[in-house]
Every structure is written in structure tokens, then in C-alpha cells.
Design a protein around this ligand. Structure first.
Ligand code: B16
Ligand code: MG
Length: 222
């Protein structure tokens, strides 16, 4: 198939498709408490789009704490166990509003659809919320070595879709994710707060603000 000028649309997962930030927050907070460290909701904001390893490094830094490499590994494992426990019963009701409508419009128009997430839990989460069949390609924290704002995750997604980066658009909720998309040479749309995502081409509070006409005229139609 000739993919020249076919549009590729790459979605971040956490904060774009599903609101997992609250579960990450509880898991990190329980872990921090067990170690006597401080961890607030504001701290959690800074971990959006950030890998698990980097998140723990930042929490240690904020608390001026030093731990052995063995404990570091153990705490990463513990945090993930707590997180998996919290999302065990996740179901389609946790999809963010209108995400399925947007996926369907893009699919019906023949766009290539990919996931580009830092999470190592992306596949089971997509399964739980029953959106896996929409995705032609899934690139997640198990495939990439460089974290956002490095463009690796999005470039891999474009490559696997067989679509040039300049023909791809990204939906992201994190500043580092918008930077990664732009570094990949892609159009970047923000989902969330326009005051934070200032580098995005346009920011939507959520997908309910992105109507089908805009998708057809300004995204698919370019
Ligand atoms: P895990 P995204 C990111 O996913 C989250 O925003 C971030 O808070 C989390 O620490 C990271 O995934 C790693 O997740 O512990 O499940 O591997 O926003 O890039 O989809
Ligand atoms: Mg995100």
C-alpha cells in the first residue's frame, strides 16, 4: 500500500485516552509514605509523561534522599504492584470522554492509528478499556530506551505505521510529550490546560471540545 500522504495519528495513553494520573498518584503517595518521604498532588503533576525510573529519581531528589540500587529496584517493583492493584478492575467507563468517537472518525477516514506511551502497562490498560482494536501500532515503555521529550517513541510509531513523521499528528497531555512530538517533526495537539501546553498547535480541554468538522477540515484535511 502506498502510504504517501496518508495521515498517521498518534495518541499518548495516560491523560489522553484514560485518566490514570489519579492511580499513579495514590501508588506513589503510598510508597512515599512508607519511606517517610513527601509527595503531593503538585509533585504528581510533574510526573505526567515521565517514565517510572525517572519518576522515582525525581521523588528522591525532591526529598534529598539517597538509597541503594537494590532498594531503588525494589521500590520500582513495589510502586508498580500498588498501581496494578489500583487498576485491576479498570473498565471502559474509565475512558476519557469522546475518545472513542475521535478514534472512530479517524479509523473511518483511513488514518493510521498508533499509541505512543511511556507506560509499560499500556497494553493491558488498552485491553481493559476495550480500545485495542482501534490501534494499528502500539509503541510503549517496553519498546523505547529514550524518554519524552526525546522523539524516539513517536518516530518508532510513525516508522511502524509506514507513514512519514511530517504526515503524523500527536495528541498529548504532557509538556514533555508536546516537545517530543515537535522534535519528531509532527503536529502536536494538547489535551488539557492551554496555560501549560503552550507549545502545542492547539489545546483542547478534552475530546468533547474537538468536533468532527474540525477533525475533517483541519486534521485529516490538513
Ligand atoms: P508505568 P503516558 C506515562 O504514560 C504516565 O503519564 C506517567 O505518569 C507514568 O509514570 C509513565 O507513563 C510510566 O508508566 O509505570 O505504567 O510504566 O502519559 O506516556 O501514556
Ligand atoms: Mg500522558
Amino acid at each position: 500500500m502506498n502510504n504517501k500522504n496518508r495521515l498517521g495519528v498518534i495518541f499518548d495513553l495516560d491523560g489522553v485516552i484514560v485518566d490514570t494520573a489519579k492511580h499513579h498518584f495514590i501508588a506513589w503517595q503510598q510508597l512515599a509514605q512508607s519511606q517517610g518521604w513527601h509527595f503531593s498532588l503538585e509533585d504528581n503533576e510533574q510526573l505526567k509523561g515521565v517514565s517510572r525510573v525517572r519518576s522515582l529519581e525525581l521523588i528522591l531528589q525532591w526529598n534529598k534522599a539517597q538509597i541503594t540500587p537494590e532498594l531503588f529496584e525494589q521500590l520500582l517493583k513495589e510502586k508498580n504492584e500498588r498501581y496494578l492493584n489500583l487498576i485491576r478492575d479498570m473498565d471502559p467507563s474509565e475512558r476519557l470522554p469522546d475518545v472513542q468517537r475521535v478514534l472512530q472518525v479517524l479509523k473511518d477516514s483511513g488514518c493510521g492509528i498508533a499509541l505512543g506511551s511511556a507506560s509499560k502497562n499500556a497494553r493491558p490498560i488498552l485491553d481493559k478499556i476495550e480500545l485495542t482494536p482501534y490501534f494499528d501500532v502500539i509503541v510503549d515503555g517496553t519498546n523505547v530506551s529514550k524518554a519524552k521529550p526525546d522523539p524516539e517513541v513517536f518516530l518508532q510509531a510513525a516508522n511502524q505505521l509506514g507513514i512519514a513523521p511530517e504526515d503524523c499528528v500527536v495528541f498529548e497531555d504532557a509538556v514533555a510529550g508536546i516537545q517530543a512530538a515537535k522534535a519528531a517533526g509532527m503536529r502536536a495537539f494538547g489535551i488539557g490546560d492551554p496555560e501549560q501546553l503552550t507549545q502545542a498547535e492547539r489545546v483542547f480541554k478534552d475530546f468533547t471540545q474537538l468536533d468532527n468538522t474540525y477533525i475533517e477540515q483541519h486534521i485529516i484535511g490538513r
